[in-house]
Design a protein around this ligand. Structure first.
Ligand SMILES: NC(=O)c1ccc[n+]([C@@H]2O[C@H](COP(=O)([O-])OP(=O)(O)OC[C@H]3O[C@@H](n4cnc5c(N)ncnc54)[C@H](O)[C@@H]3O)[C@@H](O)[C@H]2O)c1
Ligand SMILES: Nc1ncnc2c1ncn2[C@@H]1O[C@H](COP(=O)(O)OP(=O)(O)OP(=O)(O)O)[C@@H](O)[C@H]1O
Length: 527
């Protein structure tokens, strides 16, 4: 605390540090009430100029807090622009590559960048539709990837290409249905809406499968060995597993020598250029493990994500519709295609530290499939979180905290906190308070294009804590902010039937949604 004291000549002085950002931080730490309290003993002496001084100090504190908040907002905006710039740059590189074919054949970075762009174009936010950069029919095409990276594999590896299309009334259709608002003779109408089930059709055969497994489970271990053997012998596929799993397989038998893995983060970052399909063996936690960023382990798919086939070996299995008894039939039909997929969205979160002196010091973005939670952690005080949506002030969260959730995560923690369940194909961000100390604080669903900023104000009584898909707690000090927006890389998960049928099956079977005994008909009746 900055000491307030009378000097020898009776004048009040407040010492404050002068950090490098030019704002005396210790002032911005005081609330107006605290300044009043600080000045109380002197004011009691009814000295008029001390009253004036206290007013001046209050004005200064207000101005400093505003300036500090402005800085946080500018940092958030800078992070958002940086993300947009990187996407735009990637897009431009693709255009350049298309204009001068041949020049980029062996350049790994550009080839990879081209692929990133190609997939980012899946989700063209300009009209909410899926669009293909090269203008052919269909939602988009996953172009054949050429990987000239010498570190991982000296051979040029070709990844299987596939095509996505809308599936209308059970039929396959290449026609791109637009949701465009038309305006004729002053009447606003929208085009006919058809089924928005997405179908994936392989254009070349998948050749590489990553099998990701939940650790410490005997049944998972047994199934993994069996599945790997089948994929190799019957389907002649290349198999990747985690280093731990390769060791487990080799302990069982040297037969599994063909199984590949990765050595370091660089190889992990290149996985998306090799892997055509991922099979997960575990529960929802295993799907989250694969798709969110972890402190403990380098994340596998921070950018584009290959199609995922989630097998259920957990207790709830909300996102894991495939049954292990039929794994051969399932994988057989997925490898042949076409398959229905759910495109799940992830959120990208940036923690912006007030202590950072420039935007380059902000931390790496963190991806979540379910949600990011900002809560009071071990503190017994109410949270005090100031929330902004783009540049608009939303509200202050006073309670246990706030959940920013994807629609896929709407059935997880957000649901427990009173949020609505949302079909995973709906693009949006859920804003769900945790135990708000206000009767009127209802959850919100915001459009997918917004950027949310949750700021711990300087006058907050305690720190807040952010956690990502239930993991990796990070402390947020007063002045720190968490900025969150939809990530440009959707996650294609294979459906057992289609995204709507799978969603209803999950809420019925997993959550027993609206399960009630049917009322008997032998009671009073009005006919
Ligand atoms: N009060 C709560 O409901 C609560 C509290 C903390 C965390 N969580 C959830 O747990 C998730 C982490 O899962 P985990 O498996 O790593 O931890 P975990 O082992 O603690 O399991 C959490 C449970 O949530 C279920 N779950 C996970 N994602 C789901 C989804 N999208 N829809 C429906 N159910 C889902 C899992 O099947 C599991 O039963 C977090 O992302 C958070 O959503 C919920
Ligand atoms: N490949 C992995 N490596 C390390 N940890 C993992 C991996 N897969 C899953 N986990 C962790 O193991 C825990 C349990 O996984 P999972 O949720 O899949 O199983 P479960 O609890 O049996 O199923 P459910 O979540 O449906 O109840 C989770 O906390 C998850 O983060």
């Amino acid at each position: 605390m900055a000491p307030s004291k009378l000097n020898s000549s009776g004048e009040a002085s407040i010492s404050c540090s002068q950090p490098e950002n030019g704002f005396p931080n210790s002032f911005s730490l005081f609330s107006e009430k605290e300044i009043d309290e600080l000045l109380q003993p002197s004011v009691q002496g009814t000295d008029d100029h001390l009253i004036e001084f206290s007013e001046a100090m209050r004005t200064v504190a207000k101005a400093l807090r505003r300036a500090a908040e402005g800085k946080a907002s500018a940092q958030a905006e800078a992070a958002e622009w940086k993300r947009k710039y990187e996407l735009e740059r990637a897009r431009n590189m693709l255009e350049f590559k298309e204009e001068s074919p041949g020049e980029y054949g062996g350049d790994f970075d550009n080839a990879r960048m081209g692929n990133l762009v190609n997939q980012s174009a899946w989700c063209n936010e300009a009209n909410g539709q899926f669009e293909k950069p090269n203008g052919r029919n269909g939602i988009c095409s996953h172009e054949v990837l050429q990987d000239g990276e010498p570190v991982f594999d000296s051979q040029m590896i070709r990844k299987a290409s596939f095509k996505l299309s809308w599936c209308c009334k059970g039929e396959q259709s290449d026609q791109h249905k637009h949701d465009i608002v038309s305006f004729e003779r002053g009447n606003i109408t929208t085009a006919e809406r058809s089924s928005k089930q997405i179908s994936l059709r392989w254009e070349s055969c998948p050749r590489t499968v990553l099998v990701l497994t939940k650790p410490n489970s005997i049944s998972v271990r047994i199934l993994c060995a069996e599945m790997v053997r089948w994929l190799r012998e019957q389907k002649k596929l290349e198999i990747y597993v985690e280093p731990r799993v390769r060791v487990e397989l080799l302990t069982e038998s040297s037969y599994f020598n063909f199984v590949q893995t990765w050595k370091d983060e660089k190889e992990i970052s290149l996985l998306h250029t090799k892997v055509d399909l991922v099979a997960t063996l575990g529960g929802d936690g295993t799907v989250l493990w694969l798709l969110s960023t972890h402190v403990q382990a380098a994340s596998m798919f921070k950018g584009p994500v290959p199609p995922i086939v989630p097998f259920s070996l957990g207790s709830l299995g909300f996102m894991t519709p495939f049954h292990t008894e039929h794994y051969r039939e399932c994988l057989d039909s997925v490898l042949k295609g076409p398959i229905s997929i759910t495109l799940r969205h992830r959120l990208q979160c940036h923690v912006i530290r007030d202590a950072a002196k420039n935007e380059y010091e902000t931390e790496e973005p963190i991806l979540v499939l379910n949600e990011v939670t900002i809560d009071r952690g071990i503190s017994s005080y109410l949270t005090n979180l100031e929330c902004y949506c783009d540049d608009s002030f939303v509200t202050s969260v006073q309670g246990d905290g706030l959940i920013l959730s994807t629609t896929s995560g709407s059935t997880a923690y957000s649901l427990a906190a009173g949020g609505s369940m949302v079909h995973p194909q709906v693009p949006g961000i859920l804003f769900t308070p945790i135990c708000p100390h206000s009767l009127s604080f209802r959850p919100l669903i915001l459009p997918e294009h917004v950027t949310l900023r949750v700021q711990v104000p300087f006058n907050s009584r305690s720190h807040a804590w952010a956690s990502f898909d239930g993991k990796d707690r990070k402390q947020l000090a007063p002045g720190d902010a968490l900025v969150c927006s939809m990530a440009p890389w959707p996650v294609p998960t294979a459906c057992l039937v289609d995204s709507t049928d799978d969603f209803f099956r999950s809420i019925h079977e997993g959550l027993h949604w609206n399960l009630r005994k049917v009322q008997s008909f032998d009671g009073p009746r009005v006919l």
